[in-house]
Design a binder for this molecule. Structure first.
Ligand code: HEM
Length: 443
């Protein structure tokens, strides 16, 4: 065991914090409301026995887990003292709905249009179960259900089932779940061998972070080994995305090239950085190679991977940008919901489909909110004015996207909004000792 591993208290950190989700996967999200403080504390006691820790990351059984997170309203419903509440981050205390303007959740994505009860004061606890298959998920869910079912004072108020689409793809058809950071002491390798592992304090409270700070709550035990988790239900307009690609390309090959330029990867997952002219599905599926690249030395001008593409915006790696990329990294888990839109279909079938997006990190403000507002919904950081992310940006139908090219760049205009926010929550995922501390509250 390395010194770094010894220092991170993996047996107190919830599995759901550090582990990349299994592939393939099934997942269920359940939101609970606490109507009675005592019942809420009993719930904390019970879930502390069901939640698995991040210890033994290499065990084959470690890819099924139940994790539990609380909103600020949830902490309040449990009667957490004010002094403790005040020691959590400002953004968390506000909640996601209150941050709508900063996040670009406007128009159709604005909280008044969100799916109920997301964004309301009723969502207190979010339980997530993840597994490689239905059978083991059912087992995990049965355990989770025992913690709240038939308990007076706890209501299950929302549920979302998610499942992997074929070939690890998300609803637009791109392979997902490729890039994740390495974290010092986690025992879980990152996917880019060229990225120096990030300090554990970027992802778990109570440890030094990249800028030398250590986040502590009051009492310290409550936050230690916990982290912030952001859940967002993101509806994807797949038919509209396909129609836009078709209408703005000369032929099928050009359509795939435009799709790749927007993402920074071919739909197979193969990165433009390593195969800029044609797809290479073998490379796309190879975890040893598909994330092994940087941008600056080889492609400063974005002739291969445009500065405005989704992956270069959300992780500019070593590219010259205003600011430092390392302090805006995140652990990210997308799980798909809804039926697949069959290949080639260009008309919307009215079905709800998209991603349950989950962010994990110790700083909602400088990680999730910063990436969402400065990198996805603005382009100033890399010199592209107000251009937004062509795939997930809040374009409101007026998006622009530039593909650097010689002799002349390609400029796409009038990009519709392909992703609409259906709701979400800012949560805190406590360590196991902290769950027991919550169970023992006497206020
Ligand atoms: C429905 C909405 C979204 C879709 C369809 C989507 C899709 C994808 C895909 C296909 C990848 C490439 C696969 C990979 O690197 O694992 C990716 C990477 C990524 N996405 Fe998204 N994404 C969405 C929303 C978001 C949001 C809201 C954020 C951040 C606030 C985000 C942040 C990232 C990051 C950080 C990466 C990894 C970039 C890298 O390290 O190269 N994504 N996304």
């Amino acid at each position: 065991m390395s010194q770094a591993t010894a220092n991170l208290e993996l047996d107190d950190i919830q599995s759901g914090v550090l582990r990349p989700r299994p592939a393939p996967y099934v997942a269920t999200y359940i939101a609970l409301r606490i109507d009675d403080r005592k019942a809420g504390r009993e719930l904390m006691d019970r879930v502390s026995k069901v939640v698995t820790s991040a210890a033994n990351p290499n065990s084959p059984l470690a890819d099924t887990w139940v994790s539990v997170a609380l909103t600020y309203q949830g902490f309040k419903a449990l009667g957490v003292p004010q002094e403790s509440l005040d020691s959590f981050s400002w953004e968390f205390r506000q909640g996601m709905a209150a941050r709508a303007k900063e996040l670009g959740d406007v128009g159709e994505s604005s909280p008044e249009n969100w799916e109920e009860p997301l964004g309301s004061r009723d969502v207190h606890v979010v339980i997530v179960a993840v597994s490689p298959n239905e059978e083991r998920l059912e087992g995990a869910l049965a355990n989770a259900r025992k913690t709240y079912q038939s308990m007076k004072g706890i209501q299950a108020i929302w549920r979302q089932n998610c499942h992997a689409l074929p070939n690890e793809k998300e609803p637009f058809g791109y392979r997902d779940g490729i890039s994740h950071p390495a974290i010092e002491g986690s025992g879980i390798p990152g996917s880019n061998p060229q990225e120096k592992p990030l300090k554990a304090g970027e992802f778990v409270l109570g440890y030094p972070d990249e800028i030398g700070g250590i986040q502590k709550t009051q009492p310290e035990l409550l936050g230690r080994n916990g982290t912030y988790v952001v859940f967002r239900k993101l509806h994807q307009r797949v038919a509209e995305f396909r129609r836009y690609l078709k209408a703005n390309s000369t032929d099928l090959n050009d359509e795939e090239l435009l799709a790749a330029k927007m993402m920074g990867r071919w739909r197979s997952g193969a990165p433009l950085a390593l195969c800029p002219f044609h797809d290479d599905p073998e490379l796309g599926a190879d975890p040893q190679r598909n994330n092994n690249f940087l941008f600056q030395e080889d492609d400063a001008a974005g002739l291969k991977t445009p500065g405005g593409s989704h992956i270069r915006r959300t992780n500019p790696r070593d590219a010259a940008i205003a600011g430092v990329a390392r302090i805006h990294r995140m652990i990210r888990r997308g799980t798909a919901y809804g039926p697949l839109l069959p290949d080639g279909v260009l008309d919307d079938d009215g079905a709800e489909r998209g991603l349950m997006f989950a962010f994990v990190g110790a700083n909602i403000g400088r990680q999730f909110e910063f990436v969402q507002s400065e990198w996805i919904n603005d382009g100033i950081f890399f010199g592209a004015g107000a251009d937004k992310d062509p795939i997930v940006g809040s374009t409101e139908g007026k998006g622009y996207f530039t593909v650097p090219r010689k002799p002349v760049r390609r400029r796409c205009q009038g990009i519709p909004q392909f992703v609409v926010t259906r709701g979400g929550e800012y949560c805190f995922m406590p360590g196991l000792r902290a769950l027991r501390w919550l169970a023992d509250l006497q206020t």
